[in-house]
Design a protein around this ligand. Structure first.
Ligand code: SF4
Ligand code: SF4
Length: 303
């Protein structure tokens, strides 16, 4: 049923999709403040999901060699260089402790790296799913959004609809049966049904990627931001955790150390199907007005 709530606003996505006895909604909390850029998450994702390797190459603009999320990159660890305008602080790395440096203050580089492992947001209101004409994209009982690549017909509606630019159709190599087919993170649906964590979360050595119940992750994320603020990291903020935002909140939330735009994330994403009910109402009104006009002109012309 398409109700007012099912296209916009906070809700439980699995219940909205018709699951009556669903488990608690599952998701990711990616704490970028403890990411060390090792890319173990990227590799684990490729290994488990049989995602082909990208054309790994250095672009000359960054030490990042996997560039962006795309059909062959379901997790992407961005290396963002920014001027070292702020002094380094102890971020409280789990089980590692603050690094001890014997480098002279004057010899320190004048830039800092922000590292962040990006992924599909598993939106509460997922435009990719709303526009898919084949039912290839579906809402799982865990509240996540999954692609069935054997049903996808490659129309690409989902690619244009995603407000984050996540989902993508696979390009070459020639002869690969999945060429032209939409691909993205499934939050390791097969592992979840088996009671396991997604591969990226299991591989992350610093617990930058945490998996669990979305509600509980949100509490954990808020506590972490509070702790960082107490330590003077006033730029720490959460992204994707607000059920009142333009996509009804996401199943993948991120702790960022700067504005979302710095990480290439849209600051205020809105589900692209939000205005559909209003568009249908207006189209209906326009159609009715047209019919009334045609009927009136017919009546007036009669002798
Ligand atoms: S981020 Fe994009 S691909 Fe992922 S669920 Fe949301 S709309 Fe779909
Ligand atoms: S595995 Fe963890 S620490 Fe390594 S790049 Fe991925 S998120 Fe960062």
């Amino acid at each position: 049923m398409i109700g007012r709530k099912s296209l916009f606003g906070p809700l439980d996505p699995a219940a909205d999709a018709g699951y009556t006895d669903a488990p608690k909604r599952k998701g990711f909390f990616t704490d970028t403040s403890v990411c060390i850029g090792c890319k173990a998450c990227e590799v684990a994702c490729k290994e488990w999901n049989d995602v082909p390797e990208n054309a790994f190459e250095m672009l000359g603009t960054s030490y990042d060699n996997s560039h962006s999320l795309n059909a062959n990159q379901w997790r992407h660890v961005a290396f963002i260089e920014r001027p070292a305008s702020k002094p380094a602080v102890d971020l409280g790395m789990p089980s590692v402790g603050a690094p001890v440096s014997d480098v002279d203050e004057d010899d320190k580089p004048d830039f800092q790296w922000l590292m962040s492992s990006d992924v599909c947001k598993h939106c509460t209101h997922a435009a990719c799913l709303d526009v898919c004409p084949t039912g290839s994209l579906f809402r799982s009982e865990f509240g996540t959004v999954v692609v069935q690549d054997d049903i996808c017909n490659g129309c690409g509606y989902c690619v244009a609809a995603c407000p984050y630019g996540v989902i993508d159709r696979r390009r070459g190599p020639e002869g690969d049966p999945k060429v032209g087919i939409a691909q993205k993170c499934t939050l390791c649906y097969d592992r979840l049904t088996d009671g396991q964590r997604p591969a990226c979360a299991a591989a992350c050595p610093t617990e930058s990627i945490q998996y669990g119940d979305v509600e509980e992750l949100r509490e954990r994320a808020n506590a972490r931001v509070e702790l960082l603020h107490e330590r003077g990291v006033m730029d720490a903020r959460l992204y994707g955790n607000d059920p009142e935002d333009g996509v009804g909140g996401t199943g993948a939330m991120f702790l960022l150390l700067d504005e979302p735009e710095v990480y290439g994330l849209p600051p205020d994403p809105v589900v692209t199907t939000k205005d559909l009910p209003r568009m249908f109402t207006r189209a209906g009104m326009a159609g009715t007005a047209l019919l009334i006009g045609a009927a009136l002109s017919f009546v007036r012309r009669r002798p």
